[in-house]
Design a protein. Structure first.
Length: 156
């Protein structure tokens, strides 16, 4: 994500969240496909993550459509909704990253599948990229003197 959009960085961050929630949902399918003997407890958790990612993605799409319909002139309420969903998306990704780490550490089906280890590490890095780029947006050094980062109580 580039930071030369000025006040529209919030919309760029929303676009990133749109892309990455869809991507993480697809990553669940990839994991299930490459680890056919994955333990049931992990399958259930992945299916829960996929539902969460899809639900969040749906809300993000609604906010994107609202921004378009408002010609990108955002009320303070819409801005707050956007920041809230971006923060939620980041927190979801952080939890997903931790879960992938647990799979790599604790799942026999994953640890015994060298291809799965490579793919899961790649998926984890991609989610870490999303967290990093959006955190940079919310960080005080990158946006509105930290207004978004601090006002929303963003937690790592």
């Amino acid at each position: 994500m580039r930071f030369f959009y000025g006040e529209r960085n919030i919309l760029r961050a929303l676009e990133e969240a749109d892309f990455w929630k869809k991507q993480e949902s697809e990553h669940v399918d990839v994991i299930l496909e490459i680890v056919p003997d994955l333990e049931e407890e992990y399958i259930q958790k992945l299916e829960e993550y996929q539902e969460i990612f899809d639900s969040t993605h749906g809300r993000i799409v609604q906010l994107v459509e609202t921004a378009v319909n408002c010609h990108n002139i955002l009320s303070p309420e819409i801005q707050r909704d956007i920041i809230n969903i971006i923060n939620l998306a980041v927190r979801q990704s952080q939890v997903f990253i931790d879960f992938i780490g647990m799979l790599l550490r604790d799942s026999n089906a994953v640890t015994n599948n060298p291809t799965a280890v490579i793919v899961l590490n790649h998926i984890r890095r991609e989610s870490e990229y999303f967290v990093g780029i959006v955190t940079a947006f919310l960080n005080s050094s990158c946006a509105n003197n930290g207004r978004y980062y601090n006002d929303m109580g963003f937690q790592r």
